[in-house]
Design a protein. Sequence first.
Lengths: 213, 236
Amino acid sequence: MNTDPAHLSTNEFIKGLWRENPIFVQVLGMCPALAVTNSVINAIAMGLATTFVLIMSSMLVSSLRSFIPKQVRIASYILIIATFVTVAEYFIQAISIELHKNLGAFIALIVVNCLILGRAEAFASKNTIWPAFLDAAGMGLGFTFALICLGGVRELIGNGTLLGYMIFSENYQPWIVMILPGGGFFSLGAWLLLFNWMKSRKERLNLAAENSH
Amino acid sequence: MNHHHPTLNPPATEPPSSWPMIRALAGIGILCSLLIVSTWQLTLPTITKKKNEYLEKAIYQVLPGATSKKTFKITPDGKVEQFEGEERGVQRVFAGYDDQGRLVGLAIEARGQGFQDVLKILYGFSPEKQAIIGMRVLESKETPGLGDKIEKDPDFLANFKELDVSLDENAQIRNPIVPVKHGTKANPWEIDSITGATISSKAVANILRENTLRLIPVVMKNLQTFEDGSLAGNGP
């Protein structure tokens, strides 16, 4: 195990992007992942808003970790998370009324995204601010990446567009079901299938490489 | 039995002091409220400004041809008065005038229950055509990608190019607005719904029906006040 501090901090950041991706590997935060990913732009906005809340609350939880007794830690974390969600909502409204209208009811639901509470409990409360920041940034971007994957498939098949631009010809008959909640489950299932297939293939290859030595 | 489960009967030590818990929760509570209040203070001017810009843009969109506007309110007893500023629960009506100061139409705020939450819309009414000539959604929490098609679907928005709300001889609306299934619109007072967003389309139709039934007769009775509005506003 490499214990070089620079290597460790890169590791904290990278793990959320791929190896421990919140959606595809940990399967956390499914409510927003299924609800808002019917278009790419909604997926990006939701992902970035979640990343902001995740980074800010992880840093605050980490800096207050010796101050919070373990009996009231969940209540404290929720309070902190809810605060940053409210802050994010005001900022989104100040940036663009249109964007706020598009995300609708889902901004408030960031509070109950178990990914954020999960990182506060499992990582931020046990580490100093810098690793907590890296962990949150990696997890947030990994979450955003996964939402874009889901949103891309659903918008393309369900509406024939990508980021609002027409991809298929006018004659394309969109599969409305892909935009509906059912389509969220279908595309999530397909992505999970792909990720698990890649994981098991890698394990098989590793095993074969070891045996041949 | 109990002595087999020591966790159920903890040894008689001092219970954990509650002071650190109170201190932590109160401290975080104060910190969080300060954060929220300062963000609110910081963003409120921008948000108010953006909301007003958005409303103003919407007014000119639902009243094509208008270049200036005046704000009025309808009092609960059916009177029309000039009005400035904002007030909760006031029914505002914006009169739009063209370059010559002639009344183009009225932009009326309406609200009602949508699929998820209150839906706030603005519609343009032309007294000359006795029809709705434009509609914009001001505030909605409809499902992104589905219910929010009421703002984007061109076929749906085409309903509001000329939606009949003419009055009969008793000065009441002759044909209340009704939503119909997609592709079956046959009369100028029907709204062609969106497939896959039926509830949101119906909500828009219901809000418009309720609001027009109540307000269009009042507006038509007070048309002179709105027409005179451009003159009254020309003073310093």
